[in-house]
Design a protein around this ligand. Structure first.
Ligand code: SAM
Length: 409
């Protein structure tokens, strides 16, 4: 994921790392030493690129750039910690020891997020009891007036747990954003209008496969709900500016969906049913974003009750084993993964998708759903679309990178 993400970022201007950096923003590749980040409807931000610097100073600038991204994506707590950590790196403190050897790491390696993830894992596992009271994810409060005390504890934890942190520094951040099911369910409802059949779901780049259970989540927006109110996963405020009419109608005519098969693939799948897998997923959710943490908790609960297999396989190989089946709607879907797939493999993926579309019939229909950043002029909005059989692609919505909220196009 990480090695290909460098090229991926060059192609699209976003990566999981810089996607997290830019957060709810659309970004464009760096040029002339200046990175441009444009949040939807938000202010234009220009900053000096860390690549103009070297050594420790470059690392500190990367931390500060990540801090900006955290701020824009609604994580002031992490923004504050990262700014202090950047100063600590410059001053040769414990954070400098933690990131030593990563001075040349490409931006998409997201070393700042690795450090935060390692510390968060300590908090979540009870190994940092003096820091936990400042972490909302551990029942604490991120109160700006206590930020000095919080920083002292953070720095102490990094110093005391250096081997643990150094181990986390070796791990590429990998998340599985449950909010993206918002786009998948909309597409499944749209396809079910044409083909009201049991669904076989196949996902490319599933990570932990949490979004293979979208019909078990609850979705809501003003004047709109879909899914069981008893679901442990609630995607609230799913739509901004009103739910599109086609979706409201599809939701009314299809109050439930029957997903009869769930299959996923990933080059590095995470098993959400293991303690280490669940911890990795939880640790990379930003600690002051309780809605994301709650969605993840609920999805982990559902994963334990409704198994889904995620094969350790590249997307193209996986698709070679997928075929349409009479009496079912076969759906292939992916979110925020295309940019990591090398061009040659993606060409194979496209060929397999074309084969499946060609096999599609009224008895055995096929639909292809994606939620990915797409180039539009100089920006990269995150767009959801569905293509049913060989018909034209239908653009369904744009959304924030984590899938919430979405808005009609
Ligand atoms: C940014 S994550 C997105 C995960 C999930 N789709 C989501 O939206 O939460 C991208 C995922 O794609 C996987 N991936 C990258 N290249 C892949 C490939 N060639 N085939 C299958 N999965 C791949 C990565 O391992 C990673 O789990």
């Amino acid at each position: 994921m990480i090695s290909s993400s460098v090229n991926a970022e060059r192609r699209t201007g976003v990566s999981e790392a810089s996607g997290e950096v830019a957060g709810g923003a659309t970004a464009r590749p760096e040029a002339g030493g200046v990175a441009e980040v444009r949040p939807p409807g938000g202010a234009f931000v220009a900053e000096t690129t860390p690549d103009a610097a070297s050594g420790v100073e470059r690392t500190a600038l990367l931390f500060e750039r990540q801090a900006l991204g955290c701020e824009e994506l609604g994580s002031p707590f992490y923004a504050g910690l990262l700014r202090r950590a950047a100063e600590d790196v410059r001053a040769g403190g414990p954070c400098a020891d933690a990131v030593a050897g990563y001075e040349q790491a490409p931006g998409p390696d997201a070393i700042a997020l690795r450090l935060l993830g390692g510390v968060h894992a300590l908090v979540l596992t009870g190994r940092a009891p003096r820091l936990a009271p400042y972490y909302p994810s551990a029942g604490g409060t991120a109160d700006a007036s206590r930020s000095d005390a919080c920083w002292r504890e953070f720095r102490q934890v990094v110093a005391d747990e250096l081997p643990w942190i150094r181990d986390w520094m070796t791990r590429p951040p990998q998340t599985n954003e449950v909010g993206r099911a918002n786009l998948l369910i909309a597409a499944l409802l749209r396809a079910s209008v044409d083909h009201p059949l049991p669904i076989r779901l196949f996902e490319l780049g599933s990570s932990a496969g949490l979004n293979l259970r979208p019909e078990l989540f609850r979705y809501s927006a003003p004047g709109y709900t879909w899914g069981s109110p008893d679901s442990p996963v609630h995607l609230d405020d799913a739509w901004q500016g009103g739910v599109p009419t086609w979706l409201a109608e599809a939701a009314e005519s299809h109050p439930t969906l029957d997903v009869v098969e769930r299959h996923g693939c990933d080059l590095t799948p995470i098993d959400p049913l293991t303690e280490s897998g669940a911890l990795a997923l939880r640790a990379y959710v930003w600690a002051d974003q309780p809605a994301r943490s709650a969605r993840l908790r609920g999805a982990l609960e559902l994963a334990a009750r409704h198994p889904a297999q995620v094969q350790r396989l590249g997307a193209a190989e996986f698709l070679k084993g997928v075929h349409v089946q009479d009496g079912t709607l076969t759906v292939v879907w992916h979110s925020i993964m295309k940019q990591y797939v090398p061009a040659q493999e993606w060409a194979e993926v496209s060929a397999e998708l074309a084969r499946l579309a060609g096999e599609s019939s009224a008895e055995a229909p096929f639909a292809y759903v994606s939620f990915e950043p797409e180039r539009v002029g100089n920006s990269f909005p995150f767009r959801a679309s569905v293509r049913i059989g060989t018909r034209d692609r239908i653009l369904l919505a744009e959304a924030y990178p984590h899938g919430l909220p979405a808005w009609a196009m």
